[in-house]
Ligand binder design. Structure first.
Ligand code: NAP
Ligand code: ZN
Length: 333
């Protein structure tokens, strides 16, 4: 039996729970979980914001742990090895996206804690391709949030060829946002933090922001018009496109990572006049996660975490809901 903390109904507190994982398949590894970050997607799932939650379920998809067992068809992993697991636990392995190393775009992908039990638990089983070895120099607690938050903000830099010649804005300085600032600095970009929280200014600067702008400061937003090439939106609520789009230079892009359930409200004229691009991005592939971890190790990119024992999960979730986490809550076994 695997012990964890389960969500039985939408918006309820999590409760202690055990489940029988059944027989292990030949492609699976079992991982004893040491750390699991709390991503805001877990809260969207607990609340059924996306209408896709399957109750009862154990949330959690920013997992670090130790391989304790492996099936006969697994490759490249050893019992005792430290690995990380993110949002995705499986994919078909046969479609053009899987074959081209874009498993995160597979139509048959399986999420770690949708229709399966996730990482707020003592252990987990996933397809071995989605358990990623962690470089030795990375600390487990600071690395758990990289498995979802980190890869999600890193991947757009590759997809869109963002380099040192670009000016990047990050809106929403939470779990994803504070990592996005660090990646943007590491790629050599000019970095702007956009936030509703004045209290985050000094830390945003320490994460790499050259500029900090309060999104409700109308004169400051006006003064920043046409100063960015790319905006990464990590806001967990609704994005204010009328106030953000004027910040983009012609041919600029805004990449939506935050996953509010409400429809986007976009003024067409702003997109048209600057020939702007609106796009989205979904986590990253296992190959990208490996590269991202190596890059983070080399560049000193680490999540700023607050660790709590796993039984304190409900208090930790409340802190994220209240936007009081600085900057990622991590559950520890
Ligand atoms: P988080 O730690 O709670 O941070 C979200 C930040 O957004 C907050 O710190 C706050 O920043 C800002 N914010 C929150 N509510 C807001 C509102 N109503 N209006 C404006 N700003 C608001 O969340 P997270 O874990 O970083 O996740 C952020 C979003 O990304 C979530 O929606 C999550 O589901 C999504 N996500 C997407 C992917 C993907 O593959 N695309 C992967 C992981 C997560 P300030 O205080 O600075 O304003
Ligand atoms: Zn996540």
């Amino acid at each position: 039996m695997i012990r964890g903390f389960v969500c039985l109904n939408p918006r309820e507190q999590l409760k202690p729970f055990s489940y029988d994982p059944g027989a292990m398949t030949e492609r699976e590894v079992e991982v004893r979980i040491t750390h699991c970050g709390i991503c805001h997607s877990d809260i969207h799932l607990i609340d059924d914001d996306w209408g896709m939650s399957a109750y009862p379920f154990i949330p959690g998809h920013e997992i670090v742990g130790i391989v304790t067992a492996k099936g006969s068809a697994t490759r490249g992993l050893e019992v005792g090895q430290r690995v990380g697991i993110g949002w995705q636990r499986d994919s078909c392995g046969a479609c053009r996206y899987c074959r081209n190393g874009n498993e995160n775009l597979c139509a048959h992908q399986a999420a770690t804690c949708v229709g399966h039990h996730g990482g707020y638990a003592a252990s987990i089983r996933v397809d071995h391709r989605f358990a990623i070895p962690i470089p030795e120099e990375l600390d487990s607690e600071a690395t758990a949030p990289l498995l979802c938050g980190g890869i999600t903000v890193y991947s757009p830099f590759l997809t869109h060829g963002i380099t040192a010649r670009h000016r990047v804005g990050v809106v929403g300085i939470g779990g994803l946002g504070h990592l996005a600032l660090q990646f943007a600095r590491a790629f050599g970009c000019h970095v702007t933090a956009l936030s509703r929280s004045e209290s985050k200014k000094a830390e945003a600067t320490s994460f790499g922001a050259d500029r900090f702008i309060m999104t409700n400061d109308v004169p400051a937003m006006k003064a920043a018009a046409q100063s960015l090439d790319m905006i990464l939106s990590t806001v967990s609520g609704d994005v204010s496109f009328p106030s953000l789009l004027p910040l983009l230079r012609p041919d600029g892009k805004i990449c939506i990572l935050g996953a509010s359930s409400n429809p986007l409200n976009i003024p067409a004229s702003a997109l048209i006049s600057g020939r702007l691009t609106l796009c989205g991005s979904n986590i990253g592939s296992p190959g990208e996660i490996r590269d991202m971890l190596a890059f983070a190790a080399r560049k000193g990119i680490r999540a700023r975490t607050e660790a709590v024992p796993m039984p304190d999960v409900n208090a930790a979730l409340d802190k994220v809901r209240a936007n009081k986490a600085r900057y990622r809550m991590v559950l520890k076994n």
